[in-house]
Design a protein around this ligand. Sequence first.
Ligand code: SF4
Ligand code: SF4
Length: 231
Amino acid sequence: MPEEELRELFAQHPDILFGFADIAYSPYAEQYASALVFAVPYGEQLTPETYTEERFEGGIQSARAKLEGVVTQVEGILRRHGLRYWVPPVAQENETELLAPFSFKFAAVNAGIGWIGKNDVVITRRYGPRVRLSAILIDAVFTYGKPFVRSECPDGCTRCVDICPCKALKNRRWTIDTQRAEMIDYHRCNRMRSAFIPKLGRKSACGLCLAACPFGQPAAAAKGEAAHADP
Ligand code: SF4
Ligand code: SF4
């Protein structure tokens, strides 16, 4: 059974959160019934006290390297079972709409991995927003996670909103029907990060609104306060 094998694979990576989502909501639903979604913790779980942009970027890159290794292992299992699958690209297709073809974020919400915080990223109980997401669309049915439909951010928390240097976040509490434009002025965030290209040779990772989040601050993560998102 591919599901059992996939679950065994993730049991070997206990730091990675994962879940399966029914993607009936997606334009890809005709080709693929499900998404396997997983969240790899950043190499460093930074707080505003320990944050530097370079360390933040380094944490993202080390999570990416680990994630790519896991994708390869998942592909091996899917191929062995003759299942049709697709690994959607992470990157936005253009700088106008700033949207990826398949939203890992929305799939993560539907897989029960986390909800969307006021910083417009997925918040997991174990790591807060300090994770890199990936998803693989698969033409098979699995045991699905329980989708999040509303924010579990503490009432009145505005740490991410307050720390944003360009005031891109709109202090909006998320529910499943909330649109991205109601949460964040993404162009404003993108402009601020793009302004660093001449200096860094890339956009600034920024991520201050992730470092500020109380969920998954390193002390909480060390105690293992949250379990896997899978049922
Ligand atoms: S990444 Fe930086 S600029 Fe963008 S919303 Fe977060 S804090 Fe603001
Ligand atoms: S800082 Fe507070 S409001 Fe922002 S995502 Fe984290 S818990 Fe939610």
